[in-house]
Design a protein around this ligand. Structure first.
Ligand code: 2E6
Ligand code: F3S
Length: 319
C-alpha cells in the first residue's frame, strides 16, 4: 500500500441496462461509415447523423461533411439523411437534382411517417405530440401538406386546441418523448375527444421506453444519476428529467468524462450511470475510469434486459 496516497472514499457505481446505442442509431452510423468505404470521401450528411458530438466529430474526421440543408451539397457526391427523418421535399429535391442519396431515417420514424400519411388519406386531422423545431417533428410534419398536422407540445395545448368543425382526429407522437408526460397529454386529449385511440398507442419507440424504465430503477437507489449524451439529444435530455421525476436528488447530462464536476459528488455514496440512445459506450467507460481514479469504486450492473433489435442497411450498401 502506498502510504503517501490519501485513502479514496468508497463510491458505488450502478450501471443501467439497457443504455446507449439503439438499433436506429447503430444503423445510421453504419450507413455513413459504409458510404465512406464504398464511395470515398467526402460523403455529405444532412443534419447531424445522430445528436451526439463525439459521433459527429469521429465521422467528420473520416471524411463526412455535415450540412444543414441539401442546397449546401454538390450534385455529384452521395448524401445521407439523418436518423431523425426529413420532410418529403428533401428527397424530392435530391431526385430532381439526380443526386445519389441514402436515407438513414430510423425505420421506427419512417413507420410514424407512413401512419401519418394513412390518417391523412382517411381524411383525419393529425395531432402530433412533440417538440417544436426538433428535426423529427419537422420531418414528420413535412410528410404532409401544411395544415394537415397540428403540433401539440403541452397539456395546455391539448386543453386549448380547437379543431375545425366536424374534423375527424388522429394522433401521432415523436419517438423520444417522456412516457409519463405523453400519457398526461394524451389523457387530456382523450377526455376532450373520446373517439381518439387509447393513449398506449403512442409512437414512443422501444429504445426510449426501455431506457426510461431503466433510469427509473437506477434513480430509486442512487444519490446522483449521470446521463452520458449531448445537449441536443432529446432522448438523453428526457432521461435526466425522468430520473429527477423518479425522485433522485440530482441528475446531470454530460458529453463525456471531461464534463464531470466533482462538486456534484458531495455526500454521494451511490451514483447511477446511463447513456442516451446516441451516446457511444466508450464514453460511459471513460466516465467510470475517471470516477475510479478519484474514488474507491464498486461497480454494480443493473439486471435489466438486453435488447436484440436490429435494422437492415439500405440495399445499395450491402449489394
Ligand atoms: C432518430 C430518432 C430518434 O434528439 P433525439 O433523441 O431524437 O435524437 P438522437 O440522435 O439523440 O437519438 C437517436 C434518435 C434518432 N432518436
Ligand atoms: Fe429509432 Fe428509437 Fe433509436 S426511433 S433511432 S430506435 S431512439
Amino acid at each position: 500500500m502506498d502510504l503517501a496516497q490519501p485513502l479514496r472514499r468508497p463510491l458505488t457505481v450502478r450501471l443501467a441496462t439497457p443504455r446507449g446505442f439503439c438499433a436506429g442509431v447503430d444503423r445510421a452510423i453504419q450507413i455513413v461509415e459504409r458510404a465512406l468505404e464504398k464511395y470515398g470521401a467526402p460523403v455529405y450528411v444532412r443534419h447531424e447523423i445522430v445528436h451526439n458530438r463525439h459521433v459527429v466529430e469521429r465521422l467528420r474526421d473520416m471524411g463526412a461533411v455535415f450540412v444543414k440543408e441539401l442546397d449546401e451539397c454538390p450534385d455529384d457526391r452521395p448524401v445521407v439523411f439523418s436518423a431523425h427523418g426529413v420532410p418529403k421535399a428533401v428527397p424530392d429535391a435530391a431526385r430532381q437534382r439526380q443526386m445519389f442519396f441514402l436515407d438513414a431515417t430510423c425505420p421506427l420514424v419512417s413507420k410514424v411517417h407512413v401512419e401519418a400519411e394513412r390518417h391523412h388519406a382517411a381524411g383525419r386531422l393529425i395531432l402530433l405530440i412533440g417538440h417544436a423545431g426538433h428535426p423529427e417533428v419537422v420531418g414528420t410534419m413535412g410528410q404532409l401538406p401544411p395544415g394537415a398536422v397540428v403540433l401539440i407540445e403541452t397539456v395546455e395545448d391539448a386543453e386549448t386546441f380547437v379543431p375545425p368543425p366536424g374534423a375527424a382526429l388522429a394522433y401521432a407522437t415523436q419517438t423520444t418523448l417522456s412516457l409519463d408526460d405523453t400519457a398526461e397529454i394524451l389523457g387530456a386529449l382523450k377526455r376532450r375527444f373520446p373517439e381518439l385511440p387509447d393513449p398506449h398507442k403512442e409512437d414512443i419507440c422501444y429504445a426510449t421506453t426501455n431506457r426510461q424504465e431503466a433510469v427509473k430503477r437506477l434513480a430509486e437507489g442512487s444519490d446522483l444519476v449521470l446521463v452520458v449524451g449531448s445537449k441536443n439529444s432529446s432522448n438523453s435530455v428526457r432521461l435526466v428529467e425522468v430520473a429527477l421525476r423518479a425522485g433522485v436528488a440530482d441528475a446531470r447530462l454530460l458529453d463525456d468524462a471531461s464534463g464531470l464536476d466533482w462538486s456534484w459528488f458531495e455526500g454521494v455514496r451511490t451514483v447511477g450511470i446511463t447513456a442516451g440512445a446516441s451516446a457511444p459506450e466508450p464514453l460511459v467507460q471513460g466516465v467510470i475510469d475517471a470516477l475510479s481514479e478519484r474514488f474507491d469504486v464498486t461497480q454494480v450492473d443493473d439486471a435489466g434486459e438486453r435488447e436484440t433489435v436490429t435494422f437492415k442497411l439500405p440495399r445499395a450498401l450491402t449489394a
